[in-house]
Write a protein that binds this ligand. Structure first.
Ligand code: FEO
Ligand code: CA
Ligand code: CA
Length: 741
């Protein structure tokens, strides 16, 4: 389940009911024009409902069949795979990247060596082949590196011998006690926690026994962590304004910042660099009791991003891990205290939160290059960044979600036109494509179309926004959530990963769940509000959905319009038909889709879950789908009922996949989420991350008494000790075939 704050921080009434009604009337006109009466709304084909005419349906992708038997739901503490498949662990939390530090004990006894160890909470990842000259290769070579995000320190009690020492009570998860009177935390614990964050880069290879392993001491092994110095990068015309937002006592010029945090999903650029996305970073910051925000704008920005959460009377906000509480003047720790004791922003760390919330570009093949924070791509809770199909001579588009309840979907379009000469171009190519461009936010309309609205200071809706007074375009980029509010973007059910179908360029986004969606608050793109009444009793949109869109311009990247439908609705197999709209069965029912990725070799759409709502019946999972295309389904009416309110909501759903085209492939161990996925170029090895197994382990007074919810992967024969560890696994077929088909 979510292990970071995903609270609704969006106070706007974007997409309120009146908008939906107004848009619905457009839809009805289209329906009538298409010769379909309103009475037939429940079953009309999608193209008719969209008015037809504007675009031909996409050709169906080449049909392929899933070649495995569905895995049953499981509550066991193991990785379940279909018959004929096997896995091994590539690396797990704490594994050393260099032999100069001891092998991992898995007892919490390590000192501060986490900048030389694989981090925790494995998340987004990608594989990069290296050619003989050390440059990135799109095709397979004998040498490769695996870059892995390490999202969170929510389970950092496992890396201290007796759990976290905080508030005077051993063994507690500090995050469970946010709002306590702030007692100092030990420096070593905090240093370990900061340094485990970020990205690990490790050379990987297939061993003599056919199992994929990482190589200790390999030249390209590297850790980017919560202290790594990074360059602030952005549009040339606005860079000095951007740097003014970044000035701190660490770097008064605002040219650099320290560290990347909460790297969740990821992206891979066409030129061969890695994009680590900074997701829910805001909660690490702290304001002592009695301190105040610098000014109204700072306060508004912090509130919109969740930097200041509901203060607890008399105590201030401890921050989710209490990092600023270390008794020291060392600004590696004091920077998380964002009160303003200095004369100017360059004298303290009031602006430190402005240095997080970005797409961070890292060149995994050049350990000496400095990562860059790509401010042009906006600042929010970046889940992931997926590039549209690159077309030579056209701009590149990167699709991005902001993962919190009622947040938005964004697109960045490069000014530079794609040239294959830039493949292997590293950070120089990154500067070319990711600094100059346009940032858009999505508005999904009730008639099945949508609009990309540019976030530009020249837009009077932004420059004249009543709730936040933007100074300039730099302000728009740094406070992109507020700019998106101003233009009326559609509030979504927690946008998680995006993925692009390599066959047709259509863009998929998981909407993982949203406990705050109400019947009156539904719209066509977020159409369900209901109660799961046979298990955990969660309400809103507890099981989530996957939306997809097809750009409608002549050039996909620069299109400002799209058509959309809902590819799949998550649901329990025995939920009513009004909830289980995709007709899921025991072989493919799922809840809370999160990770999403298309295999370039098979075209399979892989769906991963991070769920806490169906976990009475199953651990989190990975499913394989063979999708059709936008518009292959129908218009449907959802009859919502929740909390005594009932109303119907029209939407568009993709063609049913059935058991033949959607099957459960993997179920993870207890208390994990399944996230992060990539494969070898031949499609014969699939890498998958198992994050936070055992996350529901009760935090108690002495770690010696931990009662582990999970003991994976040591119970599967990997590594010492019995504490659960996040890990990357490599999955293969025992007959050596391609995965999934
Ligand atoms: Fe870190 Fe959006 O899950
Ligand atoms: Ca249930
Ligand atoms: Ca995620």
């Amino acid at each position: 389940m979510a292990h970071h704050p995903i609270d609704d921080l969006n106070p706007t009434d974007n997409e309120h009911f009146q908008d939906v009604l107004a848009q619905a009337s457009v839809s009805r006109r289209h329906l009538i024009r298409g010769g379909v009466g309103l009475a037939a709304l429940g079953t009309v084909p999608f193209l008719a409902a969209c008015g037809g005419g504007d675009a031909a349906p996409s050709p169906a992708p080449t049909e392929a069949a899933l070649g495995f038997n569905a895995v049953a739901k499981s509550l066991l503490d193991e990785v379940k795979l279909p018959a004929g498949y096997t896995y091994s662990v590539v690396h797990a939390t704490g594994d050393r990247l260099v032999s100069s530090v001891p092998a991992y004990s898995n007892t919490g006894a390590e000192l501060d060596a986490w900048e030389q160890r694989v981090g925790d909470h494995h998340d987004g990842m990608d594989l990069f082949y290296v050619d003989a000259s050390g440059r990135y290769s799109r095709t397979a070579t004998a040498r490769a590196v695996l870059a892995v995000n390490h999202e969170s320190s929510a389970d950092s009690h496992f890396w201290h011998t007796k759990g976290q020492t905080s508030g005077g009570v051993n063994g507690k998860k500090f995050s469970q006690f946010n709002g306590w009177d702030l007692l100092p935390r030990p420096e070593l614990e905090v240093l370990k926690e900061i340094n485990h964050h970020g990205v690990s880069i490790a050379e990987v290879r297939k061993g003599g026994d056919g199992k994929w392993i990482y190589t200790v001491d390999a030249p390209l092994n590297r850790r980017v962590n919560g202290q790594t110095v990074m360059r602030i990068a952005g549009p040339a015309a606005h860079l000095s304004d951007i740097k003014a937002f970044m000035a701190t006592a660490y770097d008064p010029s605002g040219a650099t910042s320290r560290g990347t945090l909460n790297n969740c999903g990821h992206g891979k650029t066409p030129w061969g660099t890695y994009l680590a996305c900074e997701e829910n970073w805001a909660a690490y910051f702290f304001m002592p009791a009695g301190s105040v925000d610098v000014d109204a704008k700072t306060k508004a920005s912090r509130q919109r991003y969740g930097v200041i959460r509901a203060p607890f009377a008399g105590t201030g906000n401890a921050g989710s891990q209490g990092w600023s509480s270390v008794s020291t003047t060392d600004n590696r720790f004091t920077r998380f205290n964002v009160s303003a004791p200095g004369a100017t922003a360059a004298d303290d760390f009031r602006q430190e939160p402005n240095t997080f919330g970005y797409i961070v570009e890292i060149d995994p093949l050049n350990p000496n290059t400095q990562p860059a924070k790509r401010v042009a791509m906006g600042r929010f809770a970046h889940e992931a960044a997926v590039c549209g199909i690159p077309v030579v001579g056209q701009p590149l588009a990167f699709y991005m979600g902001c993962d919190s309840q009622n947040e938005y979907v964004y697109k960045f379009v490069s000014t530079a036109l794609w040239s294959e000469a830039d493949i292997g171009g590293g950070m120089v190519a990154g500067d070319k494509y990711l600094n100059e461009g346009k940032l858009y936010v999505a508005k999904f309309k009730a008639d099945g179309t949508g609009e990309w609205i540019e976030l530009n200071f020249a837009n009077p809706l932004i420059s004249g926004y009543a709730n936040y007074s933007f100074d300039n375009q730099a302000d728009v980029l740094v406070n992109a959530r507020l700019a998106a509010d101003a233009v009326g973007a559609t509030k979504m059910d927690r946008p998680e990963w995006g993925a692009v179908n390599p066959k047709n360029g259509e863009v998929y986004f998981t909407m993982t769940n949203n406990s705050s969606r109400t019947v009156a608050g539904t719209d066509a793109a977020n159409p369900r509000a209901y109660l799961d009444n046979d298990g955990k009793g969660r309400s809103g949109n507890p099981n989530g959905h996957i939306i997809r869109l097809k750009e409608t311009g002549a050039v996909n990247a620069t299109a400002t319009g799209f058509r959309w439908d809902i590819f799949l609705f998550g649901a329990e197999e025995d939920a009513g038909a009004g909830i289980n709209l995709s007709g899921l069965s025991a072989k493919n029912d799922f809840s809370s889709p999160d990770g999403l990725w298309f295999s370039p070799s098979t075209g399979i759409c892989w769906i991963q879950t991070d769920d806490g709502n169906y976990t009475d019946a199953t651990n989190c999972m990975l499913l394989a789908a063979i999708p059709g295309s936008v518009g292959d389904g129908a218009s449907v009416t959802v009859n919502n009922s929740l909390g005594g309110n009932t109303a119907s909501q029209q939407t568009f759903i993709g063609a049913a996949l059935g058991d033949a085209k959607l099957r459960r492939f993997l179920v993870g161990p207890k208390g994990c989420e399944v996230t992060g996925i990539t494969e070898t170029a031949d499609g014969k090895t699939l890498f998958v991350n198992i994050q936070h197994p055992g996350e529901n382990t009760p935090a108690i007074a002495n770690a010696a008494d931990f009662t582990f919810e999970s003991q994976w992967p040591s119970n599967a024969g990997y590594g010492p000790g019995s504490r659960p560890r996040s890990a990357t696994i490599a999955i293969s077929r025992t007959d050596g075939g391609v995965i999934g088909l």
